[in-house]
Design a protein around this ligand. Structure first.
Ligand SMILES: Nc1ncnc2c1ncn2[C@@H]1O[C@H](COP(=O)(O)OP(=O)(O)OP(=O)(O)O)[C@@H](O)[C@H]1O
Ligand SMILES: [Mg+2]
Length: 249
């Protein structure tokens, strides 16, 4: 694997019930970059993320993450999976637990750290997402934007060097969305996280993306920098940016 590359995908093909959804997807993700996967509904974006997370079996030499061939990684290899943070659109918190308890869950499950240390770590992460006052609150007492930030705190509690996000901003108002973008930028800056994100939010993409992957017809139809994506003459990509920005590019 080339230096500085965290993910390499080489000709990933995926079929569901004999319908080929991914027809040979290849791309790489560089360390410290925010890469955004774009594409229409049903184009296979979440399917790509799920294959990178080891939720579906992959053949050897197709997907490599941190230099490990995913086909060779044991499902119980916690040291490997701890490096991956995951933040889903419906990354719901458990309603019966307080925010502090929710964020602490991965630490409770995967470490033997004493309670005071866990509390310290949880408070640090809640600070980072500007939720320092929500430690004892329950999910039902939070707004949509606060819930997302709490879920993000939980996704990063183990300090994963790689964060996967699937539509993290879905359903947020523009101000909360911008706040979430700032947070993701802060994580990259302060913790050096690499981020691979699926999002439809053009305003977010313009703020945070370094690199764009556009999925169309089962392949990566465009792979380039944000600047290149904005200038691209590819119709499907052009439409995406034009519609999403109200006609301005
Ligand atoms: N487990 C599954 N079993 C059968 N079909 C599936 C499965 N997962 C995904 N698909 C199909 O694969 C295609 C791609 O789905 P996927 O969820 O990856 O799309 P997406 O690009 O994330 O769409 P959206 O933007 O709507 O979230 C869809 O046609 C979907 O029906
Ligand atoms: Mg999806």
């Amino acid at each position: 694997m080339e230096e500085g590359r965290i993910i390499e995908v080489n000709n990933l093909r995926v079929s569901f019930d004999e319908r080929e959804v991914l027809k040979g997807v290849s791309f790489s993700v560089n360390q410290g970059e925010i890469t955004v996967i774009l594409g229409g509904s049903g184009s296979g974006k979440s399917t790509i993320l799920k294959h990178l997370l080891g939720l579906f079996p992959v053949k050897s030499d197709i997907v490599s993450v941190f230099g490990s061939d995913l086909a060779e990684v044991d499902e119980d290899d916690l040291r490997f999976y701890k490096k991956l943070g995951v933040f889903y659109q419906n990354g719901a918190l458990l309603n019966s637990l307080s925010v502090g308890e929710n964020v602490a869950l991965p630490l409770e499950q995967h470490t033997n750290l004493p309670a005071e240390i866990i509390e310290d770590m949880v408070r640090t992460k809640l600070n980072l997402v500007n939720l320092e006052d929500a430690f004892y609150l329950y999910p039902s007492q939070l707004s949509g934007g606060m819930l997302k930030r709490a879920a993000l705190a939980r996704a990063i509690i183990m300090d994963p060097p790689l964060l996967f996000c699937d539509e993290p901003g879905a359903g947020l108002d523009p101000v909360s969305l911008a706040g979430l973008d700032d947070l993701i930028l802060k994580l990259r800056q302060q913790l050096g996280m690499t981020v691979l994100m699926v999002t439809h939010e053009v305003s977010s993409i313009l703020r945070i993306a370094d690199k764009i992957l556009f999925v169309d017809n089962g392949i990566i139809a465009f792979d380039g920098s944000l600047e290149e994506a904005r200038k691209s003459e590819m119709k499907a990509l052009k439409d995406f940016f034009t519609v999403g920005t109200g006609g301005k590019r």
